[in-house]
Write a protein that binds this ligand. Structure first.
Ligand SMILES: Cc1cc2nc3c(=O)[nH]c(=O)nc-3n(C[C@H](O)[C@H](O)[C@H](O)COP(=O)(O)OP(=O)(O)OC[C@H]3O[C@@H](n4cnc5c(N)ncnc54)[C@H](O)[C@@H]3O)c2cc1C
Length: 500
């Protein structure tokens, strides 16, 4: 140990991981084959859960200063409103999404990494690696053609959709990759009325159409195309954008002044696993989604946050390495699998062709979005706060049997408390009344528990929260032993009970 972590790829996922590791004092090297940041603004939105998770990395204020809050998503069929999702209904310190071009997210994360003493090595490509039982040996090619061999304790492939690391590991997709073609245009729109804080998506039998306001006053138009077998979609022109908006939108919108037009093919997939020995996959390297829900970048950042505290604990010898590291695939793979299914389901509802079924869908949609609980559930799903790890091997039991988040579920952050996992050491949080038993736990596990107790969640209970803000286990106060048993299961050896 102590050779540190090699992160391959400085996209948003590699950068989020690097910031998390570095903040926890882990030695980390980030290599990026491109010579400079791409500057491309592919992903536009950071959803609620992503903002909550990034708060622990001390980038929340910079993100908020650079972005624009999005408060609602409207769902229409032509001119008819089917529903409206209010993000303000989410119980969160960030009850909104943030519109922030991907290049800006990357800039802010890079600046934070540099502030923490890190450096992104541009023009350095991973060309080979050996995944041995005791270390990873990577071959790195520099822009001048020279090569070096580098040893790391672990390596994480954050190297995007056509991941070299995934291919080398042989971790191809679990199912057939779904292929779909998409058009994306940043344009000016006349005749389209929407608030700058709202997104609009249109359901149409021919496909999806999304219209999102950009800070520049332009709009991003996104639509799926009918895939042409074997050929990549041709570069679009403004007439094609106009035709799609006419066909799938409310009518009367005129499109002009394109600043970016692009058409691309996506192969939706979920890798067979996210770990082989000492090598991990994260972000697009592990899973690729269609852009309907604008979830890809967000999912990747959640991977990075999930992995950062586990790798840090293992590097610092404070925890049971195998259990922690194995839980990464179990948790994140299941979330990606569910997302693929949900996005496919949403796409098939949006694109229903039978007119009678369309009428029924629109009526049901009105009922669905008219009910506060279902509307809230939709908001929690799109904003990723409902993502959870119900089958995680890290879940202890819910011994208390009282209302509240169960093991594997998100603990909503509370405004007057620091974000969970914040600071320079990954620690579990104890939500408990100040009692001799709770203080004894803190005394026994100084390297695993935050030094301060957090106010309890409900009377007579103790909640143990993970450094990424999910519930580890819950017990009644009189059964504090169950919390101790849980923590003991994650301690590597008795020497790690001592303060570092
Ligand atoms: C048009 C478009 C619109 C999108 N819109 C949204 C959206 O609204 N919301 C959303 O959440 N997501 C969206 N996405 C998805 C989002 O852009 C991706 O999910 C996100 O970029 C994934 O980040 P990543 O860090 O995993 O991979 P990438 O951003 O692809 O970064 C991978 C990096 O690894 C580097 N690399 C590759 N191989 C090597 C190697 N061998 N050695 C060293 N470096 C290497 C690459 O140069 C690259 O910089 C969109 C995607 C597209 C294409």
């Amino acid at each position: 140990m102590n050779r540190g972590i090699l992160v391959v790829g400085a996209g948003p996922v590699g950068l989020s991981l690097a910031v998390g590791l570095r903040r926890y004092g882990v030695k980390v090297r980030v290599v990026e084959k491109a010579l400079a940041p791409s500057g491309q603004s592919r992903a536009l939105f950071l959803w609620t859960r992503t903002l909550e998770l990034l708060d622990a990395n001390n980038v929340g204020a910079a993100l908020l200063a650079a972005g624009r809050k999005i408060e609602a998503v409207n769902v229409l069929a032509g001119r008819k409103r089917i529903g409206r999702i209010e993000l303000s209904e989410i119980d969160s310190t960030h009850p909104y999404a943030l519109m922030l071009p991907q290049a800006e997210t990357e800039r802010i994360l890079t600046e934070q990494f540099v502030r923490l003493g890190g450096q992104v090595e541009f023009g350095v490509e991973l060309t080979n690696f050996i995944n041995a039982p005791d270390c990873v040996t990577a071959t790195l090619r520099h822009a001048d053609g020279s090569e070096e061999s580098f040893e790391a304790d672990y390596m994480v492939g954050c190297d995007g959709g056509s991941s070299f690391v995934r291919k080398q590991l042989g971790l191809s997709s679990t199912g057939p990759a779904q292929q779909s073609d998409w058009l994306l245009a940043d344009v000016r729109l006349e005749g389209f009325a929407s608030l700058p804080s709202e997104l609009t998506s249109f359901w149409h039998e021919d496909g999806f159409l999304g219209i999102f306001p950009l800070p520049s006053g332009h709009y991003r138009v996104i639509a799926d195309l009918h895939a042409v077998q074997g050929e990549r979609p041709a570069h679009p022109d403004i007439a094609q954008v106009q035709a799609l908006v006419d066909q799938r939108g409310p009518g009367g919108i005129s499109v002009s002044d394109p600043v970016w037009l692009s058409a691309f093919r996506i192969h939706e997939r979920n890798a067979a696993g996210y770990r082989a020995g000492r090598v991990f996959l994260a972000g697009d390297a592990a899973h690729l989604h269609n852009p309907v829900g604008a979830q890809g970048l967000n999912m990747g950042i959640h991977d990075a946050v999930n992995l950062a505290w586990k790798l840090a604990m293992v590097e610092q010898g404070a925890a049971n390495a195998e259990t922690l590291l194995e839980s990464y695939t179990a948790e994140r793979h299941a979330v990606a699998e569910t997302l693929v299914t949900n996005l496919d389901r949403a796409a098939s509802v949006a694109m229903l062709k039978n007119p009678t079924v369309q009428i029924a869908r629109n009526l049901l949609g009105n009922v669905f979005f008219g009910l506060k609980p279902t509307r809230k559930a939709a908001a929690e799903s799109v904003s990723e706060v409902s993502h959870s790890y119900p089958s995680s091997p890290l879940n202890g039991q819910d011994w208390a049997g009282v209302p509240g988040p169960a093991p594997g579920e998100r603990l909503p952050p509370r405004p007057d408390e620091p974000p969970m996992g914040a600071g320079d050491t990954p620690r579990f949080a104890l939500f408990a009344a100040r009692s001799p038993a709770a203080l004894a736990l803190q005394h026994e596990f100084p390297r695993l528990l935050e030094p301060q107790l957090r106010p309890r969640i409900s009377p007579g209970t103790i909640w143990l929260g993970r450094p990424d803000g999910y519930v580890a286990t819950v017990a009644l106060e009189e059964n504090v032993q169950q919390i101790e048993d849980y923590l003991r299961a994650y301690v590597a050896d008795s020497s790690s009970l001592a303060v570092m």
